[in-house]
Design a protein around this ligand. Structure first.
Ligand code: AMP
Ligand code: MG
Length: 323
Protein backbone atom coordinates (compact mmCIF):
# COMPACT_ATOMS: atom_id res chain seq x y z
CA UNK A 1 0.00 0.00 0.00
CA UNK A 2 1.23 3.49 -0.87
CA UNK A 3 0.04 6.75 0.66
CA UNK A 4 -0.13 9.23 -2.25
CA UNK A 5 -1.24 12.78 -3.01
CA UNK A 6 -1.44 12.70 -6.82
CA UNK A 7 -4.91 11.80 -8.17
CA UNK A 8 -3.32 10.57 -11.45
CA UNK A 9 -1.59 7.78 -9.50
CA UNK A 10 -4.91 6.81 -7.90
CA UNK A 11 -6.55 6.65 -11.34
CA UNK A 12 -3.68 4.49 -12.60
CA UNK A 13 -4.06 2.08 -9.67
CA UNK A 14 -7.80 1.80 -10.36
CA UNK A 15 -7.14 1.31 -14.08
CA UNK A 16 -4.97 -1.70 -13.22
CA UNK A 17 -7.74 -3.25 -11.13
CA UNK A 18 -6.22 -2.26 -7.79
CA UNK A 19 -7.96 -0.50 -4.91
CA UNK A 20 -7.70 3.20 -4.13
CA UNK A 21 -8.95 4.74 -0.90
CA UNK A 22 -10.28 8.11 -2.02
CA UNK A 23 -11.18 11.39 -0.33
CA UNK A 24 -14.75 12.55 -0.80
CA UNK A 25 -16.63 15.42 0.81
CA UNK A 26 -18.64 12.93 2.92
CA UNK A 27 -16.10 10.36 4.22
CA UNK A 28 -13.18 8.47 2.65
CA UNK A 29 -14.26 5.68 0.30
CA UNK A 30 -12.50 2.43 -0.61
CA UNK A 31 -12.69 2.65 -4.39
CA UNK A 32 -12.59 0.06 -7.15
CA UNK A 33 -13.62 0.14 -10.80
CA UNK A 34 -17.34 -0.58 -10.82
CA UNK A 35 -16.95 -2.74 -13.95
CA UNK A 36 -14.38 -5.19 -12.54
CA UNK A 37 -15.87 -8.02 -10.43
CA UNK A 38 -12.51 -9.14 -9.05
CA UNK A 39 -11.65 -5.61 -7.88
CA UNK A 40 -15.07 -5.26 -6.24
CA UNK A 41 -14.60 -8.63 -4.54
CA UNK A 42 -11.43 -7.27 -2.94
CA UNK A 43 -13.39 -4.26 -1.57
CA UNK A 44 -15.79 -6.64 0.18
CA UNK A 45 -12.90 -8.74 1.49
CA UNK A 46 -10.94 -5.74 2.84
CA UNK A 47 -14.03 -4.34 4.55
CA UNK A 48 -15.32 -7.69 5.78
CA UNK A 49 -18.64 -6.62 4.29
CA UNK A 50 -21.47 -9.11 3.58
CA UNK A 51 -21.79 -9.72 -0.20
CA UNK A 52 -25.48 -8.77 -0.35
CA UNK A 53 -24.74 -5.20 0.80
CA UNK A 54 -24.76 -3.05 -2.34
CA UNK A 55 -22.18 -0.36 -3.10
CA UNK A 56 -22.61 3.24 -4.23
CA UNK A 57 -21.35 3.94 -7.77
CA UNK A 58 -19.62 7.30 -8.16
CA UNK A 59 -19.79 8.89 -11.61
CA UNK A 60 -18.29 12.02 -13.21
CA UNK A 61 -21.38 13.91 -14.16
CA UNK A 62 -25.15 13.80 -14.20
CA UNK A 63 -24.96 13.41 -18.00
CA UNK A 64 -23.65 9.83 -17.45
CA UNK A 65 -26.57 8.84 -15.23
CA UNK A 66 -28.45 7.18 -18.09
CA UNK A 67 -25.63 4.64 -18.51
CA UNK A 68 -26.31 3.29 -15.01
CA UNK A 69 -29.99 3.99 -14.31
CA UNK A 70 -33.22 3.66 -16.25
CA UNK A 71 -36.71 5.10 -15.73
CA UNK A 72 -35.30 8.14 -13.92
CA UNK A 73 -38.29 10.14 -12.62
CA UNK A 74 -38.47 13.91 -13.00
CA UNK A 75 -38.01 14.50 -9.28
CA UNK A 76 -34.71 12.55 -9.37
CA UNK A 77 -33.49 14.90 -12.10
CA UNK A 78 -34.59 17.82 -9.87
CA UNK A 79 -32.52 16.39 -7.00
CA UNK A 80 -29.48 15.80 -9.21
CA UNK A 81 -29.71 19.34 -10.60
CA UNK A 82 -29.96 20.84 -7.11
CA UNK A 83 -27.35 18.74 -5.28
CA UNK A 84 -24.85 17.18 -7.72
CA UNK A 85 -21.94 17.27 -7.40
CA UNK A 86 -22.57 16.74 -3.70
CA UNK A 87 -23.41 14.48 -0.76
CA UNK A 88 -26.56 12.93 -2.25
CA UNK A 89 -27.02 9.35 -3.51
CA UNK A 90 -29.98 8.38 -5.71
CA UNK A 91 -31.33 4.81 -5.78
CA UNK A 92 -32.82 4.05 -9.21
CA UNK A 93 -33.68 1.12 -11.48
CA UNK A 94 -30.45 -0.25 -12.83
CA UNK A 95 -29.23 -0.77 -16.38
CA UNK A 96 -27.17 -3.80 -17.48
CA UNK A 97 -24.01 -1.87 -16.67
CA UNK A 98 -24.74 -2.18 -12.96
CA UNK A 99 -23.81 -5.78 -12.31
CA UNK A 100 -25.04 -7.99 -9.47
CA UNK A 101 -21.57 -7.74 -7.95
CA UNK A 102 -22.15 -3.98 -7.35
CA UNK A 103 -25.86 -3.95 -6.51
CA UNK A 104 -25.83 -6.93 -4.17
CA UNK A 105 -28.14 -8.68 -6.64
CA UNK A 106 -30.85 -5.99 -6.38
CA UNK A 107 -32.56 -4.53 -9.45
CA UNK A 108 -31.68 -1.03 -8.27
CA UNK A 109 -28.41 0.87 -8.31
CA UNK A 110 -27.19 3.65 -6.00
CA UNK A 111 -25.45 6.51 -7.87
CA UNK A 112 -23.70 9.70 -6.77
CA UNK A 113 -21.67 12.50 -8.36
CA UNK A 114 -19.12 13.49 -5.68
CA UNK A 115 -17.90 17.07 -5.18
CA UNK A 116 -14.39 16.59 -3.76
CA UNK A 117 -11.97 18.05 -6.35
CA UNK A 118 -9.43 15.18 -6.07
CA UNK A 119 -12.16 12.55 -6.37
CA UNK A 120 -13.48 14.34 -9.44
CA UNK A 121 -10.00 14.41 -10.96
CA UNK A 122 -9.63 10.66 -10.35
CA UNK A 123 -12.94 10.05 -12.14
CA UNK A 124 -11.93 12.30 -15.06
CA UNK A 125 -8.52 10.60 -15.43
CA UNK A 126 -10.01 7.13 -15.23
CA UNK A 127 -12.56 8.10 -17.89
CA UNK A 128 -9.67 9.31 -20.05
CA UNK A 129 -7.53 6.19 -19.51
CA UNK A 130 -10.42 3.81 -20.25
CA UNK A 131 -12.06 5.91 -22.98
CA UNK A 132 -15.33 5.41 -21.11
CA UNK A 133 -16.92 8.71 -19.98
CA UNK A 134 -19.53 6.83 -17.91
CA UNK A 135 -16.95 4.79 -15.96
CA UNK A 136 -17.98 4.35 -12.35
CA UNK A 137 -16.01 3.94 -9.14
CA UNK A 138 -17.71 1.86 -6.47
CA UNK A 139 -16.59 3.22 -3.13
CA UNK A 140 -18.10 2.23 0.21
CA UNK A 141 -16.72 3.91 3.30
CA UNK A 142 -13.10 2.83 3.84
CA UNK A 143 -13.61 1.17 7.22
CA UNK A 144 -14.08 -2.38 8.44
CA UNK A 145 -17.74 -3.40 8.31
CA UNK A 146 -19.82 -1.86 11.11
CA UNK A 147 -17.07 0.41 12.38
CA UNK A 148 -16.57 4.18 12.38
CA UNK A 149 -16.17 5.74 8.91
CA UNK A 150 -12.82 7.45 8.15
CA UNK A 151 -12.65 11.20 7.54
CA UNK A 152 -8.86 11.43 7.01
CA UNK A 153 -6.26 9.42 5.07
CA UNK A 154 -4.59 8.57 8.39
CA UNK A 155 -7.83 6.95 9.62
CA UNK A 156 -7.89 4.78 6.50
CA UNK A 157 -4.26 3.79 6.97
CA UNK A 158 -4.85 2.73 10.58
CA UNK A 159 -8.03 0.85 9.71
CA UNK A 160 -7.18 -0.87 6.42
CA UNK A 161 -3.43 -0.38 5.87
CA UNK A 162 -2.53 -3.99 6.66
CA UNK A 163 -5.44 -5.34 4.61
CA UNK A 164 -4.50 -3.55 1.38
CA UNK A 165 -2.12 -4.99 -1.22
CA UNK A 166 1.25 -3.69 -2.46
CA UNK A 167 -0.33 -2.01 -5.51
CA UNK A 168 -3.28 -0.45 -3.66
CA UNK A 169 -3.13 3.24 -2.72
CA UNK A 170 -4.56 5.74 -0.24
CA UNK A 171 -5.04 9.21 -1.75
CA UNK A 172 -4.69 11.96 0.84
CA UNK A 173 -7.13 14.79 0.15
CA UNK A 174 -7.30 16.32 3.63
CA UNK A 175 -10.14 15.96 6.14
CA UNK A 176 -13.64 15.35 4.74
CA UNK A 177 -15.68 18.57 4.76
CA UNK A 178 -19.11 17.06 5.51
CA UNK A 179 -18.00 14.21 7.78
CA UNK A 180 -21.02 11.88 7.54
CA UNK A 181 -22.08 9.61 4.66
CA UNK A 182 -24.29 10.83 1.81
CA UNK A 183 -28.04 11.21 2.05
CA UNK A 184 -29.53 8.18 0.22
CA UNK A 185 -32.86 8.82 -1.53
CA UNK A 186 -34.97 6.03 -2.99
CA UNK A 187 -36.22 7.38 -6.34
CA UNK A 188 -38.04 4.24 -7.51
CA UNK A 189 -41.50 5.27 -6.27
CA UNK A 190 -43.82 8.16 -7.02
CA UNK A 191 -42.16 10.30 -4.36
CA UNK A 192 -38.67 10.47 -2.81
CA UNK A 193 -37.98 8.42 0.34
CA UNK A 194 -34.89 9.02 2.48
CA UNK A 195 -33.14 5.71 3.21
CA UNK A 196 -30.22 7.28 5.07
CA UNK A 197 -30.09 10.88 6.37
CA UNK A 198 -27.08 13.04 5.46
CA UNK A 199 -26.10 16.62 4.73
CA UNK A 200 -28.95 16.97 2.22
CA UNK A 201 -31.94 17.16 4.56
CA UNK A 202 -35.59 16.20 4.08
CA UNK A 203 -36.36 19.92 3.78
CA UNK A 204 -33.73 20.20 1.01
CA UNK A 205 -35.33 17.25 -0.84
CA UNK A 206 -38.75 18.88 -0.66
CA UNK A 207 -37.34 22.23 -1.73
CA UNK A 208 -35.69 20.67 -4.79
CA UNK A 209 -38.63 18.50 -5.87
CA UNK A 210 -41.76 20.24 -4.61
CA UNK A 211 -42.74 16.85 -3.14
CA UNK A 212 -43.34 15.76 0.43
CA UNK A 213 -40.84 13.08 1.43
CA UNK A 214 -42.43 9.62 1.59
CA UNK A 215 -41.99 7.34 4.57
CA UNK A 216 -42.21 3.82 3.18
CA UNK A 217 -39.93 2.17 0.68
CA UNK A 218 -39.80 -1.29 -0.86
CA UNK A 219 -36.07 -0.93 -1.48
CA UNK A 220 -33.79 -2.93 0.76
CA UNK A 221 -30.90 -0.83 2.06
CA UNK A 222 -28.82 -3.27 4.08
CA UNK A 223 -26.39 -1.62 6.42
CA UNK A 224 -28.76 1.23 7.19
CA UNK A 225 -30.66 -0.63 9.91
CA UNK A 226 -28.09 -2.56 11.93
CA UNK A 227 -25.87 -1.25 14.65
CA UNK A 228 -23.17 0.68 12.85
CA UNK A 229 -20.53 3.37 13.20
CA UNK A 230 -19.55 1.89 16.55
CA UNK A 231 -16.26 2.62 18.31
CA UNK A 232 -14.92 0.21 20.95
CA UNK A 233 -16.06 2.63 23.67
CA UNK A 234 -19.72 2.35 24.66
CA UNK A 235 -21.71 5.32 23.30
CA UNK A 236 -24.56 6.61 25.49
CA UNK A 237 -26.92 9.37 24.36
CA UNK A 238 -27.82 11.88 27.06
CA UNK A 239 -29.61 15.20 27.33
CA UNK A 240 -27.48 18.21 28.30
CA UNK A 241 -29.10 18.44 31.77
CA UNK A 242 -28.42 14.76 32.48
CA UNK A 243 -24.82 15.20 31.42
CA UNK A 244 -24.32 17.96 33.96
CA UNK A 245 -25.59 15.74 36.73
CA UNK A 246 -23.40 12.81 35.57
CA UNK A 247 -21.10 11.31 38.16
CA UNK A 248 -17.73 13.05 37.96
CA UNK A 249 -16.55 9.47 38.25
CA UNK A 250 -13.47 8.81 36.24
CA UNK A 251 -11.24 9.93 33.43
CA UNK A 252 -12.41 7.03 31.26
CA UNK A 253 -15.59 8.80 30.15
CA UNK A 254 -15.56 11.11 27.13
CA UNK A 255 -18.00 13.90 26.33
CA UNK A 256 -19.22 14.90 22.88
CA UNK A 257 -21.60 17.87 22.74
CA UNK A 258 -22.04 21.28 21.18
CA UNK A 259 -19.64 23.91 22.54
CA UNK A 260 -22.46 25.58 24.51
CA UNK A 261 -22.71 22.47 26.74
CA UNK A 262 -20.08 22.62 29.51
CA UNK A 263 -17.91 19.61 30.42
CA UNK A 264 -18.61 18.08 33.85
CA UNK A 265 -15.52 18.00 36.07
CA UNK A 266 -13.43 14.86 35.66
CA UNK A 267 -14.77 13.85 32.25
CA UNK A 268 -12.72 14.03 29.03
CA UNK A 269 -13.99 16.52 26.45
CA UNK A 270 -13.58 14.95 22.99
CA UNK A 271 -14.82 17.85 20.89
CA UNK A 272 -16.71 21.12 21.13
CA UNK A 273 -18.47 21.55 17.76
CA UNK A 274 -19.92 25.02 17.23
CA UNK A 275 -23.05 23.95 15.31
CA UNK A 276 -24.65 21.02 13.46
CA UNK A 277 -22.32 21.19 10.43
CA UNK A 278 -19.28 21.25 12.69
CA UNK A 279 -20.74 18.38 14.77
CA UNK A 280 -21.02 16.23 11.61
CA UNK A 281 -17.49 17.13 10.58
CA UNK A 282 -15.87 16.13 13.90
CA UNK A 283 -18.18 13.24 14.88
CA UNK A 284 -16.16 10.29 13.60
CA UNK A 285 -12.74 11.63 14.55
CA UNK A 286 -14.07 12.25 18.07
CA UNK A 287 -15.28 8.63 18.32
CA UNK A 288 -11.88 7.43 17.08
CA UNK A 289 -10.16 9.70 19.59
CA UNK A 290 -12.18 8.08 22.38
CA UNK A 291 -10.71 4.70 21.39
CA UNK A 292 -7.20 6.11 20.98
CA UNK A 293 -7.44 7.48 24.54
CA UNK A 294 -8.68 4.10 25.82
CA UNK A 295 -11.97 5.58 27.07
CA UNK A 296 -14.64 3.02 27.95
CA UNK A 297 -17.66 5.29 27.55
CA UNK A 298 -18.71 8.32 25.52
CA UNK A 299 -21.60 10.48 26.71
CA UNK A 300 -22.97 12.19 23.61
CA UNK A 301 -25.47 15.05 23.69
CA UNK A 302 -27.22 14.98 20.29
CA UNK A 303 -27.49 18.24 18.32
CA UNK A 304 -30.88 19.68 17.29
CA UNK A 305 -32.45 17.80 14.33
CA UNK A 306 -32.01 20.66 11.88
CA UNK A 307 -30.04 20.30 8.63
CA UNK A 308 -27.32 17.67 8.98
CA UNK A 309 -28.24 17.42 12.69
CA UNK A 310 -30.75 14.67 11.80
CA UNK A 311 -27.90 12.64 10.27
CA UNK A 312 -25.67 13.18 13.31
CA UNK A 313 -28.48 11.96 15.58
CA UNK A 314 -28.97 8.92 13.29
CA UNK A 315 -25.26 7.99 13.45
CA UNK A 316 -25.08 8.53 17.22
CA UNK A 317 -28.12 6.30 17.76
CA UNK A 318 -26.57 3.50 15.67
CA UNK A 319 -23.21 3.91 17.40
CA UNK A 320 -25.05 3.63 20.72
CA UNK A 321 -26.93 0.50 19.71
CA UNK A 322 -23.92 -1.79 19.96
CA UNK A 323 -20.58 -2.57 18.43
P1 AMP B 1 -21.48 3.03 2.20
O1 AMP B 1 -20.98 2.87 0.80
O2 AMP B 1 -20.61 2.40 3.21
O3 AMP B 1 -21.84 4.45 2.47
O4 AMP B 1 -22.84 2.22 2.23
C1 AMP B 1 -23.64 2.19 1.10
C2 AMP B 1 -25.08 2.26 1.50
O5 AMP B 1 -25.86 2.42 0.32
C3 AMP B 1 -25.56 1.00 2.20
O6 AMP B 1 -26.33 1.35 3.29
C4 AMP B 1 -26.40 0.34 1.13
O7 AMP B 1 -27.42 -0.42 1.69
C5 AMP B 1 -26.94 1.51 0.33
N1 AMP B 1 -27.22 1.12 -1.05
C6 AMP B 1 -26.31 0.95 -2.02
N2 AMP B 1 -26.89 0.52 -3.15
C7 AMP B 1 -28.21 0.42 -2.89
C8 AMP B 1 -29.34 0.03 -3.64
N3 AMP B 1 -29.23 -0.39 -4.90
N4 AMP B 1 -30.52 0.06 -3.03
C9 AMP B 1 -30.62 0.46 -1.77
N5 AMP B 1 -29.59 0.83 -1.00
C10 AMP B 1 -28.41 0.81 -1.55
MG1 MG C 1 -20.16 2.48 5.43
Amino acid sequence: MRLISDPDDAARALLGGHLAALPTETVYGLGARADLPHAIARVYAAKGRPADHPLIVHIRDVSELGAWASDVPGYAHDLARAHWPGPLTLVLSRTDRAGDFVTGGQDTVAVRVPAHPLMRTVLDRLAGFTGDPAIGIAAPSANRFGRVSPTTAAHVEVELGLLLGADDVILDGGPSAVGVESTIVDCTGDRPVILRPGHVSAADVTAATGLAVGSTSTVRAPGTLASHYAPAARVVLVEAEALLSAEPDDASTGVLALAEVPTPIGLVRLSEPTGVDDYARVLYSALREADALGLTRVLAVPPPPVGVGAAVIDRLERAASGG
